[in-house]
Design a protein around this ligand. Sequence first.
Ligand code: URA
Length: 212
Amino acid sequence: MSTDRAGAAAALAARVRAVEDAAAQPAGLDRLAVAVRGCRACPELAATRTQVVPGVTPRAARIVLVGEAPGAQEDASGLPFVGRSGQLLDVLLAEAGIARERVAVLNTLKCRPPGNRAPSRTETATCRPWSTRQLALLDPAVVVALGLSATRWFLGPTSLAAVRGRVHERDGWRVLPTYHPSAALRFGPAGEPRRLLLADLRDAARLADQGS
Ligand code: URA
């Protein structure tokens, strides 16, 4: 490894350790959210965001939905999935018979990448301890990974086609990979992504009922 790459790897490891330490301290989800909001570990994201989006974490949640990163409307409101994808998600959750208070909603990245670019690997690694700790405190019956980024966050390099439609056990979580609502929007109301996302949410509801 070159000296530059070794230096960058060491700097990233130190950043991740600092976030791990910060995420380990708060006693509960509300205090953890306060700590997430104060995070400045990714300099570009801290400089360009309007608000940090820690997620929504109702105590009674048995299902955790995990998306990729906040978009413009989430950045403005501080809440996850409030834009067009979020509105479709609300419709599909209702169709699947899942009450909002049973669902926590997180993103793998808590800040909006400028211009909605894809999160970098460094940003995703740095932010990871926040969601890991939220999952530990929520202790859900099932986690639904929305889209490829969230799926890879849990399962590592893979494609959605390879893993969708099955439950995967990872780090003690039951993970159900599925389409992101933005794919369902892109392919329209009669498209496969919408149909399969709804079917997967129904599966998640069934698993949550079995597991509680
Ligand atoms: N897309 C995501 O992945 N997360 C959001 O919060 C909004 C859109």
